[in-house]
Write a protein that binds this ligand. Structure first.
Ligand SMILES: NC(=O)c1ccc[n+]([C@@H]2O[C@H](COP(=O)([O-])OP(=O)(O)OC[C@H]3O[C@@H](n4cnc5c(N)ncnc54)[C@H](OP(=O)(O)O)[C@@H]3O)[C@@H](O)[C@H]2O)c1
Length: 450
């Protein structure tokens, strides 16, 4: 029987994570098998195995109508939370806990538990959406009717530069908000500025950052606050919120217990400025899909700070724990599925094409795949050698490349400068729009008529 690799944990910290083998699962009625390509980490994953993944469906069970083999999909944190208010029942069935996590090569999902991945994003970027983006999205838009996005002209305050805050920054800027962000690090604040933050505050050098927020907003305060700090930040959020503002209680990275000397009751703090204090638990699938549409419209590129290989997943957790990250930390899972390329001669540039974001570790960063020589065999799901390669310095001249150049804009291959990854290659690379190419891995995707 085929086996797969997966990380398991007895929930006793990073040290107890184990890379194990298990039989390859098969989808039952109404389920699909997903080959997992990338997994993003969240703060909670330090205690609970991962829930956020982007992968490709390789097998569908009986009765599945929503998906077909080859569809690129994202997990949802609470698979049964499809719409509206979350309930105890849905909460008790979270991916990672108590259901199996996604830090594995394959996993079976019920068909209703998945969302279509945006085609312009890399697997790594798309894997950051289920928790961080949906949580930030709900904080800004969850109190509003579907389709009526908020934030425009408002002040949004973000605490720190972790996954949720950076997603909030990107959504806030695309919504036309004025964004204020705090961090313990000036260099992270400089990165936030580059992403469009209007105001930055170092909460270490400005421990009374709430006063700074009031000053920067001409005493108006922040209309929406993404409160991820908890014990050491909530009182300050109440002191920097605008009249009628919304404080979203998301997390407690600075602790769960109030300091003993500050006994002011939350009742008083909330009524003082007519504040709405709202607890956030991720969001339902329909709001996730709404967020994806917004990302597609604004072509937002989620920030992947560092990518670890599957075998180094425990290092990824340590990196997250160190707090040195900006945005998201991602684990790339080994990929073994390749899909059918269309022979260039058979592709009309006016056809609608779908580029599969299939990737392959290459033996050397000096080489690129030669699309011209790609196999045209029907899809199979076995490990195959990379196609023939040619030196990186040569411009790709194959008909396949030329065809892609004249393909519809969403599917153009673009020339990109190397990304700022730790072991990033030094030569320019090619990618489909939004498709990142990172260290040691190259786009090996192919086009298929839809
Ligand atoms: N309710 C939900 O649905 C939900 C969803 C996702 C996450 N969460 C929770 O939200 C929190 C953040 O999650 P995340 O995934 O974004 O975490 P993360 O990526 O690990 O980021 C945490 C960031 O918090 C910042 N921070 C630490 N202490 C701070 C303080 N005293 N004041 C302000 N910022 C501080 C740090 O930013 P700097 O390094 O820039 O200082 C750090 O990078 C966690 O508690 C998580 O469990 C809840």
């Amino acid at each position: 029987m085929a086996s797969i690799k997966q990380w398991t944990t007895p929930l006793k910290g990073v040290e107890s994570l184990k890379l194990t083998e298990a039989p390859k699962p098969a989808p039952g009625k109404g389920e699909v098998l997903v080959e997992i390509h990338a997994v993003s980490l969240n703060y909670r994953d330090i205690e609970v195995p991962c829930s956020d993944m982007c992968g490709v469906i390789t097998q569908v069970g009986d009765g599945v109508s929503a998906w077909k083999v080859g569809d690129r999909v994202l997990s949802t944190f609470l698979p049964d939370h499809q719409t509206g208010q979350v309930t105890e029942k849905e909460l008790s069935r979270g991916i990672g806990l108590p259901l199996d996590g996604v830090l594995a090569e394959y996993r079976v999902f019920p068909e209703h538990a998945l969302v279509k991945a945006p085609s312009y994003m890399s697997d790594e970027q798309a894997a950051t959406l289920p928790i961080a983006v949906v949580t930030a999205w709900m904080s800004i838009n969850g109190m509003r009717p579907m389709g009526q996005n908020g934030g425009h002209g408002e002040y949004i305050l973000l605490q720190g530069t972790g996954g949720v805050a950076i997603a909030g920054l990107q959504i806030g800027k695309a919504s036309g908000a004025k964004v204020i962000i705090t961090s313990s690090s000036d260099s992270k604040l400089a990165q936030a500025k580059e992403l469009g933050a209007d105001y930055t505050i170092n909460y270490r050098t400005h421990p009374n950052w709430e006063e700074e927020v009031m000053r920067l907003t001409n005493n108006h305060g922040a209309d929406i606050i993404l409160e991820v700090g908890g014990a050491q930040t909530l009182k300050k959020s109440f002191d920097s919120i605008a009249f009628g503002g919304l404080i979203n209680c998301i997390g407690y990275v600075s602790g769960k217990m109030d300091a003993p000397d500050d006994r002011t009751n939350v009742n008083l703090l909330a009524l003082r400025r007519n504040v709405t204090l709202k607890g956030i638990i991720n969001g339902p699938k329909d709001r996730f899909e709404e967020a994806v549409k917004f990302y597609e419209k604004h072509q937002i590129q989620p920030v992947v700070n560092k990518v670890f290989s599957f075998e180094e997943a425990n290092e990824a957790f340590r990196f997250l724990e160190s707090g040195n990250h900006f945005g998201k930390v991602v684990v790339r899972v080994n990929i073994t599925t390749y899909l059918t390329p269309v022979p260039p001669s058979k592709v009309n540039p006016r056809d609608t094409l779908q580029i599969y974001h299939t990737q392959q570790f290459l033996p050397s960063t000096e080489y690129r795949p030669d699309f011209q020589q790609m196999s045209h065999k029907p899809a199979d799901h076995t490990r195959r050698k990379p196609p023939s390669l040619f030196p990186a310095k040569e411009e790709p001249t194959s008909p396949f490349y030329t065809m892609l150049q004249s393909a519809p804009p969403d599917y153009l291959l673009q020339r990109e400068e190397p990304h700022e990854y730790p072991s990033s290659r030094s030569s320019p690379t090619y990618r489909t729009r939004g498709q990142q190419e990172d260290y040691g891995v190259i786009l090996y995707g192919v086009a298929q008529k839809m």
